[in-house]
Write a protein that binds this ligand. Structure first.
Ligand code: UN1
Length: 490
């Protein structure tokens, strides 16, 4: 099958890598289907992109924020007109069901709309000075050149919620998407090109983290880094950022738990847990990977959980009937199947699934069925480490205090949820659970773009993403004092 070669986007032009080296990506549901050829860029490509972003900085920073917003509003309507194409692109390169991809496109649109609206706010504040005839106030300025480094599991939404606020604040960008999902990234950059974003303001460099990512992180011209990915890589980026005094925001792993109390609406809880654990094949940092069940409701919950999980349809994400699609790559497949093997070795009980699927379409993709472990000790590796696949671990707790203790027993702190009808329990939970996002009677997933997104502990460092917090991250606050007394001060 014929496929296209895609270039980098530097200084407003689509250009090949200086090395001329490319790589291909394939559809995780059909390993033999090549989706396109992309630039395998090097240090030099990344350096050139940084230099071009630096050249474009003055013009973009001096463009009034409402005019920057006008570009974002145009991008929003172009993205809307290409929504179906974008959703298909996400599904074919990442594998998630089309409905999830459509949701992802909508989310990208929401954040562009929100960030564009900020172009007419971008507030500083004024406050009384302690001196007479003096005015004191703050203004915002861009950071400068910012590196945007994004993962493969949300090829559109995560770039959007970094790029849109970074642009509205007047920064110029070098965007390095995950090497396995560059196709949607190329389309997203085309949207901004068509919207009339000036040359050099948004540059795209595809290729490996070891060459492109490291160059961006180490460049003295890069003043800010917004990263989403593993805790291991994020920790390295944060350390390098500290060394060179860059502003750094890292959104990293999760091991998100739902607490199910005996008084909860069980039907609603099972629905939310199945969606949280197996939706998007568990490949999101907010996925539910642990359920902590109050003893009295345990047996009934397990029956319903297994019943509902058994009804999930597994297949190619392009099939509208499908609930669970393949894992994104061979390496994810290997990681997830290794963890499943490890769970059994550690002595947990495999209550459901646990298999790589075979036969028919399953032989063509990276399919692992929904998997449930019970009798899990909170200190087992499957209970502690991020698996990033459709694997759920179930624990029993005698009361809320023990449930919260188990919930907090991991190094991560991204998202969490409790199902209960009891306000006292719900609020005790809200104030003691160690996560950046807390849900009551809803899945651990997602978030709205005008609210902050991010985690505690090993899940995140630096400012939260989205919401007004994003404007905080992508701008510097300058404090201004104006002495308007007509005479020298005594
Ligand atoms: C979601 O839960 O819908 O990498 C968003 C991730 C997160 C985004 C999750 N940064 O999965």
């Amino acid at each position: 099958m014929a496929f296209k070669t895609h270039n980098n986007f530097i200084a407003g032009r689509w250009v090949p890598s200086m090395t001329g080296t490319t790589y291909t990506i394939t559809n995780p549901a059909r390993k033999n289907e090549v989706l396109g050829e992309f630039q395998s860029s090097t240090q030099e490509d990344a350096q050139r992109a940084v230099a071009m972003a630096a050249d474009a900085l003055k013009g973009w920073a001096e463009t009034p924020a409402p005019s920057r917003a006008a570009v974002l509003f145009r991008a929003l309507s172009i993205l809307e007109s290409r929504a179906d194409e974008m959703a298909r692109s996400i599904t074919t390169e990442e594998g998630k069901p089309l409905l999830d991809s459509q949701g992802e496109v909508k989310r990208a649109m929401n954040i562009i709309e929100y960030a564009a609206g900020e172009g007419r706010r971008m507030f500083g504040y004024t406050t009384p000075s302690e001196m007479p005839s003096t005015m004191a106030y703050t203004i915002r300025r861009p950071l400068g050149v910012v590196a945007i480094i994004t993962p493969w599991n949300f090829p559109l939404a995560i770039p959007a919620w970094k790029i849109a606020p970074a642009l509205i604040c007047g920064n110029t960008l070098v965007f390095k998407p995950a090497s396995s999902t560059p196709a949607t990234a190329v389309k997203f950059v085309e949207v901004f090109e068509e919207a009339g974003l000036p040359s050099g303001v948004l540059n795209l460099v595809t290729g490996p983290g070891s060459s492109v990512g490291n160059t961006l992180v180490e460049s003295s011209e890069v003043k800010g880094i917004s990263f989403t990915g593993s805790t291991e890589i994020g920790t390295g980026i944060y350390a390098e950022g500290a060394r060179s005094l860059k502003k750094v925001q890292c959104e990293m792993g999760g091991k998100n738990a739902v607490i199910l109390m005996a008084d909860a609406d069980l039907d609603k809880a099972v629905h939310g847990i199945v969606q949280g654990a197996f939706g998007s094949t568990g490949q999101r940092c907010t996925a539910t990977s642990r359920v902590i069940v109050e003893e009295g409701v345990y047996d009934e919950f397990m029956d319903q959980l297994i019943d509902r999980t058994g009804k999930l349809k597994i297949g190619d994400g392009l099939d509208p009937e499908v609930d669970v699609s393949p894992l994104a790559s061979q390496s994810q497949f290997d990681i997830v199947t290794d963890y499943i093997g490890m769970g059994t070795e550690e002595g947990a009980r495999l209550a459901y699934g646990g298999n790589a699927l075979a036969g028919g379409i399953y032989d063509q993709g990276y399919y692992v069925g929904p998997t449930i472990f019970t009798d899990v000790d909170p200190y087992m590796r499957i209970a502690q480490e991020e698996i990033f696949g459709p694997v759920l671990t179930v624990f029993k707790a005698k009361d809320l205090a023990e449930a919260i203790e188990i919930s907090n027993s991991v190094k991560f702190g991204l998202s969490s949820s409790i199902y209960t009808r009891d306000l006292t329990q719900a609020f005790q939970y809200v104030h003691t659970v160690e996560t950046g996002m807390v849900h009551i009677n809803s899945p651990t997933l997602g978030g709205e773009v005008h609210l902050p997104f991010g985690g505690l502990k090993s899940s995140g460092v630096g400012h939260r993403e989205q919401g007004v917090e994003a404007m905080e991250f992508f701008s510097e606050v300058i404090t201004v004092y104006v002495d308007y007394a007509g005479t020298p001060r005594q």
